[in-house]
Design a protein around this ligand. Sequence first.
Ligand code: SF4
Ligand code: SF4
Length: 462
Amino acid sequence: MKTVKSSFRFKGGVHPDYNKELARDKAIERMPVPSELVISMSQHLGAPAKCIVKAGDYVHRGQLLGEKNGFISVCVRASAGGLVKSVEKRIGPAGGMADAVILDTTVPAPEGDPVPVGPILPPLDWKAADREELLQRVEEAGICGMGGAGFPTSVKLNPPPGKRCEYLILNGAECEPYLTADYRVMLERADRIRLGVEIMRKILGMCAVRIAVEATKPEAIAALEKAFADIDGNVEIVVLPVLYPQGSEKHQIFATVGRVVPEPPALPIDVGCVVENVGTVAAIADAVEKGEPVLERVTTVSGDAVAEPKNVLAPSGTKYSDLVAFCGGEKEPPAKVISGGTMMGFAVSTLDIGTTKTTSGLLLLSKRRVFQYASGACINCGRCLRACPMNLNPALISKAVDANDVKAAEDAHVMDCIECGACSFGCPAYRTITQSCRRAKNSIRARIAAEKAKAAAAKEAK
Ligand code: SF4
Ligand code: SF4
């Protein structure tokens, strides 16, 4: 195992204020189970899980609440024992509505249905278990990418025939401002990350491993060097220059192994790479060795309007209001609350939202930290073109969206946009370019889905 500097720098990128000092030295703190949890069936990319419980049911910690509902889907389990008060549509961290199980955790288990003791799933000896058993465990533990995208991990670890993983890349860049959850996981759980890597190499085959960490995290690099010191095979920690969006999957592949993922629908596996967030890798170790599904995660609660920024280990479904209360409440009324980081996160209008497996951060920002300027006309300065790491023309796309010309946005390759926010960050006209890209992508996806549905209906009618 060795530590090397990255030899590849991608085009574009920006340097936002990182503000990580607010929470970076706060050790992970487990919060008590709140009295009510809001557990969404849509905590991942793909089809929401199919809810299998109803109001009045009592569920134990770890019990299945929602079954995987398709190839790209993930199961959902109860993060605490309690009584199902209702199953209802609730707003999620990214603004969409999905079925959620509302759980009252203050109700004790009914007589005759005692709380089970011991692990939730039978622990596996990963050295003795075969590849299929390990893959099945990843699936039944409900693991999805915990860096934010939420892609089902069992799908990623099972490349299609003819595709082989040459490089397993661990994403520890955490380039989003304010967020320090992954940093704390690398610092405090490096041994679990090492075990997760061993298990993943058993599933994927003995591939090379690259662990990507930004240069501003020397303590995390030291912890990983210690944990991986005697690991077999081709393993390197790659120290990345500080540049946003270094944590984007495609840019990380380029920064670590110099390979370029072609345009969609190409995937990282098409260039021999599988990328997983460090928290996901630690979750794989827990699922296999301890039989512990993903029921909780570390979320950074930060910003200048929260009393005590922290890295909180909270059960899935913890309401944002309970997270804030655990961090001492509001220091002052926030002008903006963001689910995630300031670059790619979503502004939310309520704290009545439950955390999910992908909730990496919750930020409370005062009016001093929030731009108050109105969006203006483009002055053709070209700054967004220089910032875009995907070589797009963000100004052109945003003007096309303003003109309701989705076709022009599509012709300008808006579907390649990774929604990193680098274009909006430096725009002197304060144009909401990233939001325009999101709007155009949603319209295009909706049109494609409608076309597919129409084609399927026509086929059935024949
Ligand atoms: S157009 Fe998309 S990929 Fe390019 S900088 Fe803007 S958000 Fe990022
Ligand atoms: S940065 Fe803003 S003003 Fe400059 S070209 Fe891009 S959209 Fe126009």
